[in-house]
Design a protein around this ligand. Structure first.
Ligand code: SAM
Ligand code: SF4
Length: 349
């Protein structure tokens, strides 16, 4: 970054624990095309009314203020971000901001096959695709929709469009897909995707999560360790995934060419191995609430300020105050932990 585009000294977002917020997740909608059982109920949720959702202009205005405060990466998420109309247009506008943010998208990939090329041309850098199983019937049961073929087509289209690296995220559930973890990893190694396993978090709309029912990082590593030789990769910086190099495993000869840094698998263990100390993330919900912690109860209403005519400086001050109040950690393992009101799909994962 050239000195001319560096945020002014003192303008970066520091919290009281010395962490600097540089990564912003923007939720484009709380609606979704799937109904993953660990995320939301079959009938969906009480969706936000259209007028509550930030417009493209409002998102661009807020993104501009965040970039001026040192945010460097923006991830679009939801709900399912691709159910919002005009996402490529929004990506193009975000890519035109200076300093240009690195732009990524978290998606269930249901409609990615149709949109990957346009998104890449508009300036999207990479995608994270959520896929929990490669078995059609299991996919149908887990997501309550028979759409596995669409997801696989979306992944291929993303690869063709040059959106790299492609990370595939799976939430593992003991009875449903834990045993499939080695097959998922083998498949990803063959296809050239980076596989990551996510611990189920207490963010499901139906509050079905239990500590005892959750598959832990230790369990995932033990299942993978039966088939693969893994070696921990050192310090992960601000990344949520703890990475392991895959040194050997079944079907080695058929793996895609090794990426720089070798074959990798990641584990996102927010519950059993919290990484709050290195958290550099902020989240903006589809209705314009700034959250500094995925599991927190605190929100700052940027939409109200924006619609009341706040200046960029006033918005920046609100953001700074929110970041200063960021808690040290999420406290999931503390006795008084209370699940936030909003489920994951309404926060932006
Ligand atoms: N709909 C998009 C998707 O599924 O990729 C983006 C939003 S979704 C909320 C983002 C990620 O959160 C997905 O990888 C999903 O598997 C994960 N997720 C949803 N509910 C979760 C929960 N309770 N615990 C852990 N991960 C969850
Ligand atoms: Fe939709 Fe993503 Fe939640 Fe699945 S995890 S229901 S795809 S928001």
């Amino acid at each position: 970054m050239s000195p001319a585009t560096e945020p002014a000294s003192g303008a970066v977002l520091l919290d009281t624990f010395g962490r600097q917020a540089e990564d912003l997740r923007i939720s484009l909608t709380d609606k979704c095309s799937l109904r993953c059982t660990y995320c939301m109920p079959a009938e969906g949720l009480a969706w936000l009314p259209a007028k509550a959702v930030l417009s493209d202009d409002e998102i661009i205005r807020l993104a501009t203020v965040f970039l001026g405060l040192g945010v460097r990466t923006i991830r679009l998420t939801g709900g399912e971000p691709l159910v919002r109309a005009g996402v490529a247009g929004l990506v193009r506008r975000l890519a035109g901001l200076r300093p240009r943010p690195e732009l990524s998208l978290t998606t269930n990939a249901i409609s990615l096959a149709d949109k990957a090329v346009e998104l890449a041309r508009s300036g999207l850098d990479r995608v994270n695709v959520s896929l929990d199983t490669l078995d059609r019937e299991k996919f149908h049961n887990l997501t309550r929709r028979d759409r596995l073929a669409d997801v696989l087509a979306g992944l291929e289209a993303a690869q063709q469009a040059g959106l790299r690296p492609i990370k595939v995220n799976a939430v593992l559930m003991r009875e449903q897909n834990l045993a499939e973890a080695p097959q998922l990893l083998s498949w990803a190694l063959r296809a050239g995707y980076q596989m990551r396993f996510i611990e189920h978090m207490p963010l499901d709309a139906e509050h079905l999560w239990t500590m005892a029912g959750m598959v832990t990082a230790d369990e995932v590593l033990s299942v993978l360790g039966q088939s693969f030789q893994l070696r921990p990769v050192g310090h992960r910086g601000h990344a949520p995934a703890e990475e392991f190099e895959v040194l050997d495993g079944p079907g080695r000869a058929g793996w895609a060419p090794a990426p720089q840094g070798g074959y990798r698998v990641g584990i996102i263990a927010s519950v059993s191995r919290p990484f709050c100390r290195d958290c550099d993330r902020l989240r903006l919900t589809a209705d314009g609430q700034l959250r500094t912690c995925l599991f927190g109860h605190q929100e700052t209403d940027l939409r109200a300020a924006l619609r009341d005519g706040a200046s960029d400086q006033e918005l920046a001050e609100l953001i700074r105050q929110a970041v200063r109040a960021k808690p040290a950690g999420h406290g999931i393992n503390a006795p008084g932990f209370r699940q936030p009101e909003r489920p994951m799909s309404a926060i932006g994962g």
